[in-house]
Design a protein around this ligand. Structure first.
Ligand SMILES: Nc1nc(=O)c2c([nH]1)NC[C@@H]1CN(c3ccc(C(=O)N[C@@H](CCC(=O)O)C(=O)O)cc3)C=[N+]21
Ligand SMILES: [Mg+2]
Length: 292
């Protein structure tokens, strides 16, 4: 094991402390407290855990958490009506609609109802457009957190070959835009990419965001590369006992950390940064909405 381990939990803690300080300053100087509204439709257990953790983190940062839990059979129109109400509520600075939504609801339609200035997930067409155009956007949390982690081990990404594995709207596409803004030479690789392993071997920065447990092998990695593992996959762990599971990333961590220069673990890497950046975006949205 030679790679430096990038401690996402520690970096996330420091981001959250900065947010808390910013929130306290807003309270003191302007007398208001930012509020984050989270909308959860249905009873998916993993989503319930995320939403609970987001609520805790929001309050820990000194902000208000407004939680709307709707039954799984809520209609798309009802969800849209709630989003519109939150758009018009001055106490609400950020709106997050927890994904995935139940199958009868079109997530794209619901997400695009969110006021772009309250879109703390950065998923509306307006924010995606602003990001690509290099304008002030609310930037999706996971890619934003990934960039912050790279910066802890690389002073200047300029000219580096960055490979993003995966082209999702949530992670791959916005991450490629952010790396380009850092002056990287960016390749977005995906399931149809030819010579995928060879493409990865050229990466000074390799970001894996495909959702396939341990797909990236040690010999796909350039010696000394920075490896950002965005995947959070729950797999069976019979060695821990019957019915037990564990979390693994998209990268074969043990093999990769023998080759890489720096690597994020799973858990404790990108995941905690996602929530920290959500709080950061909520503070940013609260200030911008009030012209601060
Ligand atoms: N509108 C929307 N925005 C999201 O950002 C969003 C979403 N929907 N739906 C679900 C996914 C998933 N997600 C995670 C956030 C933090 C961790 C996290 O902190 N993970 C811990 C481990 C947690 C555990 O032990 O299960 C870690 O990686 O160390 C994981 C996953 C945000 N998501
Ligand atoms: Mg993908």
């Amino acid at each position: 094991m030679s790679a430096r381990i990038i401690d996402g939990k520690a970096v996330a803690k420091s981001v959250r402390e900065d947010v808390a300080a910013g929130v306290a300053a807003l309270e003191k100087d302007h007398g208001f407290t930012p509020g984050l509204a989270v909308v959860l439709v249905g009873e998916d257990p993993a989503s319930q855990v995320y939403v609970r953790n987001k609520g805790i983190a929001t309050r820990e940062a000194g902000m208000r958490s407004i939680e709307h839990k709707l039954p799984a059979d809520t209609s798309q129109d009802e969800v849209i009506a709630l989003v519109r109400r939150l758009n018009g509520d001055d106490e609400v600075d950020g709106i997050l609609v927890q994904l995935p939504l139940p199958g009868h609801i079109d997530a794209n339609v619901v997400i695009n109802e969110i006021d772009p200035d309250k879109d703390v997930d950065g998923l509306t067409e307006v924010n995606a457009g602003r990001l690509v155009l290099g304008k002030d956007a609310l930037v999706p949390c996971t890619p934003q957190g990934s960039i912050l982690l790279i910066k802890t081990v690389m002073e200047d990404m300029s000219g580096a070959n960055a490979v993003v594995l995966g082209r999702s709207i949530l992670v791959g596409k916005p991450l490629a835009s952010l790396l380009l803004a850092e002056n990287c030479t960016v390749t977005t690789a995906h399931s149809r990419t030819k010579d995928l392993e060879e493409v990865c071997r050229g990466a000074d920065i390799l970001c894996a965001a495909v959702g396939r447990p341990e797909m990236v092998k040690g010999d796909w990695i350039k010696p000394g590369a920075v490896v950002i593992d965005v995947g959070i996959n729950r797999v069976d762990a019979p060695e821990k006992g019957e019915g037990k599971s564990r979390l693994v990333g998209d990268v074969d961590y043990d093999a990769a950390s023998a080759v890489a220069g720096a690597i994020t673990p799973v858990p404790g890497g990108v995941g905690p940064m996602t929530i920290a950046c959500l709080l950061k975006n909520t503070l940013t949205a609260a200030k911008r909405r009030r012209g601060l």
